[in-house]
Design a protein around this ligand. Sequence first.
Ligand SMILES: *Cc1c(COP(=O)(O)O)cnc(C)c1O
Length: 401
Amino acid sequence: MAQDSEDRKAATRVTHLGRKPEWTGVEGHPSAVVSPPVWRASTHLYPDTKALKEGPKHNADGHFYYGRRGAPTQWALSAALTELEPGAAGTMLYPSGVAAIAGALLTVLRPGDVLLMTDHAYEPSRTMARALLKPLGVETRWIDPADPAAIEANACANTRAVLLESPGSLTMEVHDTPAHCAAARQRGIVSILDNTWAGPLGYAALAKGADISVMSLTKHVGGHSDLMMGSATAGPQWYEKLRHNAHVMGQVVSPDDAALALRGLRTMALRLEKATQNALAIATWLAGRSEVGQVYCPMLAGSPGHDLWKRDFTGGCGLIGFTFAGSDAAARNRFIDALALFGIGYSWGGFESLVTPADPATIRTASQPDPRPGIRLSIGLEDAGDLIADLEQALGAWSAP
Ligand SMILES: *Cc1c(COP(=O)(O)O)cnc(C)c1O
């Protein structure tokens, strides 16, 4: 008996997603090639003026209309992401993860509304509160990411939405997302989850209660540090509004980038599995070192958020962090500069390991993380033993200038 495609494991499903016969073939020979080709087009042509006039009325996904609505390459990526997310009605693509977050917030919020934002939100999300939402008359209140009653304690009559992120940026507290989303729904508050860390393979955002799941595809989906893109996926209640807002704002991604993202998606399960194994091995090693203070890795038993991660998540990733057992920021910087296998640069989720300094205590409002100098590591696909040897030699530079 044929398996239902939803019963199949992620590694099987990611090989088939978005490969509609008409997107990978021609009339008379559907499914002629494996990957949807790059349809590079601004103008879409109509057979006659009657069809041209009807075109805009045919306002549905997956129909030729004009380049800003995408063509089969973008449709294939968007369909693949929708199929990966149980409960999803559709996915909008944006030129970056930040644009996707802005798209979700601007779909939901109106002047006079109050937004609750988790205090460990990605820094550009925090900036959005001040630089985009405040001038539009939306007030943001910060909530402690570790407080299980954060919604009940901070909601008011005008609270319209909550932006969650789990695990959060830099300190990786894991929310009790199902409880937060349930509390929000009870009060008519829309839950938006930045699910970039786990992605749909590691966390079923909508099934766990989020109304809109946002992701930076720049990270795990792209996976090769060569493209920028974002997505917002929603159930039937929010998808049409999200789509309308994205169209009004003129959001579109290039077919070349969509093809790269689709290519990345095919190996995402495999890459995440290896990066997670590597990250856990490194976090375990770090936790045993006297030079290290707090380790941030929800996959590590005993680490903050581990119990919720174990309860709710079906996967991890390579993004971890730690603080040093000392307050000398110059020593931290010596450590970074001494690393040979870790590139120094922003972003994460690529095949190669990266490092950045991390000082979250300087930007928080509603919570107080470890104030000691810290590090964020994006662990890639290298050999874990080689990475540990590199970290070990760099710890030498930390202790002795
Ligand atoms: C990187 C990141 C984003 C933004 O993604 P870009 O594609 O770089 O704009 C959003 N959320 C989180 C948690 C991120 O780490």
